[in-house]
Write a protein that binds this ligand. Structure first.
Ligand SMILES: NC(=O)c1ccc[n+]([C@@H]2O[C@H](COP(=O)([O-])OP(=O)(O)OC[C@H]3O[C@@H](n4cnc5c(N)ncnc54)[C@H](O)[C@@H]3O)[C@@H](O)[C@H]2O)c1
Length: 423
């Protein structure tokens, strides 16, 4: 078993630290936020992620997992150091590498000889070299190990990965990293750093493409009078296509797809390749927010100015508290900008960054006096709410279901005007 340090305790770092401790390694996780570190040492989880609290508790109780303030403190004894810091979108669309570089510079003097620095942050092609330069240590190897977990099922995804990708010019270092995960029995791809870095962006770009594609098909279905659910059913049974990521909605969002698609377009530009396909995927997504807003406007007879709008959902998808680049938030802000008075309900959304949005603690309270209800996140709970109670609370019984979550016939039987996506 190995001594591991993890730098950054967000969605990726905290899950990585907890599952590596679960696999038997001794793990020290570092963050720069004192309150977060204190809470984590008490077993309090700052994010909403199924199974994570139990895993962290198991690590703390077994003395295989601890949390410290500052990366330097965490890495002194470590054989492996995982970088799990943010790589947000910079002003020019490219990934902002400043957190990764700062973390590398911070840990450089404290690293043990022969340590391996493993980069899990999503970074542009060539970043392994950037980390090597920031470290300035010939006796330390740098390996790329992109992360593919999905928020909402991060623990499951880490313990049952579809594949593990390791990119390095140093084969021995790559195999040492692979050994950390050997209990996981996942397909292992050991490759060069540029290919590993590209695999991560290509995977996210492909998934975003699937969603934009099905959104475009849904829009076409509306134009030609087809039902997108039937169309997807007929497509998905084809094994070459499958059903995953073919659900129409208000567009993709979250902390990864928006920044990673733009970063890949930028990587192409910098390398002299015009990734026009991906530009189109991004453009379809931007239009999708506006299509939802237009549906709401049509539903209320033209303008939403002065209309009370109930919004169900704030997170970018169900089973997470994350609202970063959430399409739900984007649609709410656009409606508000056009004069709607939006009241939103979400069962888990973190309050960070949502000061401008009026939230209520109950889905029915959101509907009180509303001229229209818009369903923006696919929380399962929303399926089972009492539509009679919703109708009685609303000024006008109208629903725009941007997730195709509710049963249109059932809603219409209850007296609602209903509009979904692509049907
Ligand atoms: N969230 C996802 O679903 C997901 C999936 C795959 C890959 N990724 C990638 O993983 C990386 C991290 O994403 P995330 O969602 O976990 O980010 P996050 O914002 O949730 O967490 C990052 C953490 O790093 C800490 N941090 C920043 N600088 C630090 C430093 N110098 N020392 C110690 N801690 C530091 C922050 O305080 C924060 O707690 C990004 O590159 C992202 O693109 C994210």
């Amino acid at each position: 078993m190995s001594r591991v340090a993890v730098v950054g305790t967000g969605y990726v770092g905290l899950t990585t630290g907890a599952y590596l401790a679960h696999l038997g390694h001794d793990v020290v996780c570092a963050d720069v936020v004192p309150d977060k570190v204190e809470r984590l040492n008490r077993g309090e989880i700052p994010i909403f992620e199924a199974g994570l609290e139990d895993l962290v508790r198991e690590g703390l109780d077994g003395h295989r997992l601890s949390f410290v303030l500052g990366a330097e403190t965490a890495v002194r004894e470590a054989e492996f150091v995982f970088l799990c810091v943010p790589t947000p979108q910079g002003d020019d669309g490219a990934a902002d590498m400043s957190y990764v570089q700062a973390a590398a510079r911070q840990i450089a003097p404290a690293l043990a000889s022969d340590a391996v620095v493993v980069n899990k942050s999503t970074v542009p092609v060539g970043s392994t070299l950037v980390v090597e330069r920031a470290l300035g240590r010939d006796d330390v190897a740098v390996v790329s190990n992109p992360e593919f977990l999905r928020e909402g099922s991060a623990v499951h995804d880490c313990l049952h990965p579809d594949r593990i990708v390791i990119g390095s010019v140093d084969h021995r270092a790559a195999m040492r990293v692979a050994a950390l995960f050997e209990r996981l029995e996942a397909p292992l791809i050991v490759t060069d750093p540029a290919s590993a870095e590209t695999i991560k962006y290509a995977s996210n770009a492909f998934l975003a493409t699937k969603v934009s594609f099905v959104n475009a098909i849904a829009n076409l279905c509306e134009a030609v009078g087809a039902d997108v659910r039937e169309v997807v059913l007929g497509m998905g049974y084809d094994k070459r296509i499958g059903f995953e990521f073919l659900k129409p909605g208000p567009g993709w969002g979250g902390s990864c797809f928006p920044k990673d698609t733009r970063a890949l377009v930028r990587i192409g530009d910098d390398a002299g390749y015009d990734f026009s396909l991906l530009r189109g995927v991004v453009a379809v997504n931007e239009q999708q927010y506006e299509r939802v807003v237009a549906k709401v406007e049509r539903m209320v007879g033209g303008s939403v100015a002065g209309t009370a709008v109930a919004a169900w959902g704030l997170t970018f998808k169900a089973r997470t508290d994350d609202t970063r680049d959430s399409p739900a938030v984007e649609v709410i802000r656009r409606l508000t900008a056009r004069g709607a008075a939006v009241r939103a309900y979400d069962p888990a959304a973190s309050p960070a960054g949502l000061d401008d949005i009026a939230r209520v603690a109950d889905p029915y309270a959101a509907c009180e006096g509303a001229g229209v209800l818009v369903v923006l996140t696919e929380w399962d709970d929303f399926r089972w709410l009492d539509l009679d109670k919703v109708r009685d609370a609303m000024a006008h019984p109208r629903i725009v279901d941007a997730r195709n979550l509710l049963d249109p016939a059932g809603a219409r039987r209850k007296g609602f005007a209903y509009e979904g996506m692509g049907r």
